[in-house]
Design a protein around this ligand. Sequence first.
Ligand code: GLN
Length: 313
Amino acid sequence: VPIPSADAVHALLEEAYDSFRDVTEGALSSAVPSLQLANPDHFGLAVMGVNGRLHERGDSRVPFTIQSVSKPFTYALVAQAHGIEFIRERIGVNATGLPFNSAQAVEQGVPGPTNPLVNAGAIATASYAVGEGVEERWSWLRNGLSRFAGRDLTLNHDVLESERATNYRNRALGNLMRSFGALTGSPLDAVEIYTRACSLEVTAADLAAMGAVLADGGVHPVTGQRVVSAEVARLTLAVMLVAGMYETSGDWLVDVGMPGKSGIGGGMVTVAPGKGAFSTFSPLLDHAGNSVRGGRVATMIGRTLGLDMLASR
Ligand code: GLN
């Protein structure tokens, strides 16, 4: 299937927006208090092709916190810095089939936390951020994530404070993993770096660009900068297929047939390897923490544009 034409993409965004704007199913995340302040009506869509062309509809420039959509990109940066085999051995690439914040995932995956897209694995991944101390490692990570977006990403301090005040469970996961040697350095430093990554502000347009870097073999289609190697981009897409939607990753694969990643801020990104990426922002979530409207849009776009990787034609 060829890369869809700009007109087809534009028309489809209009159609997807109109079809799903009235969907009110789902709930705002209750995991982080400040996420309860989100506007449930917000609905933004964006597409970026590997040619760098961006299409947008609705609230595609409204900022929200990236949350777990940061996880694959952090993983890519860490795998790039330390080597694929080193990181694969330590974090793992297999499904947990468990909710994102599961502690069972840690014990199940001993000595490693199983995959980088559940909280345990993401905290372990954050522990491999390059540098000395929290500030240097955070600046390394923020710069890397900003290279994916193609612009300087900054923190939402209200969300960060709210997470820090309530992330007992993530701290427990960090400490538990430290007891197994499943992460490096101070576990609470790793949790802090992870929490900052979750609290970065992005827009749907940013997520489309970040996904497009993975679609483009690690090169940003607009800045032309190589962010990660093609091998690392492929590894990242593989773990997104396995665990991008946590315990409903199998449903996602059947419905959409492409690697994707969600976050409890309402962001979602889907990658069509070699072609481009699309993203949505809609903060009403299903029971697993995936954006309801995001899932509907991904299913529709995947089918209509013939992007489903598993379809025979
Ligand atoms: N910051 C959130 C947490 O650690 C991210 C979870 C998510 O988006 N699924 O619980």
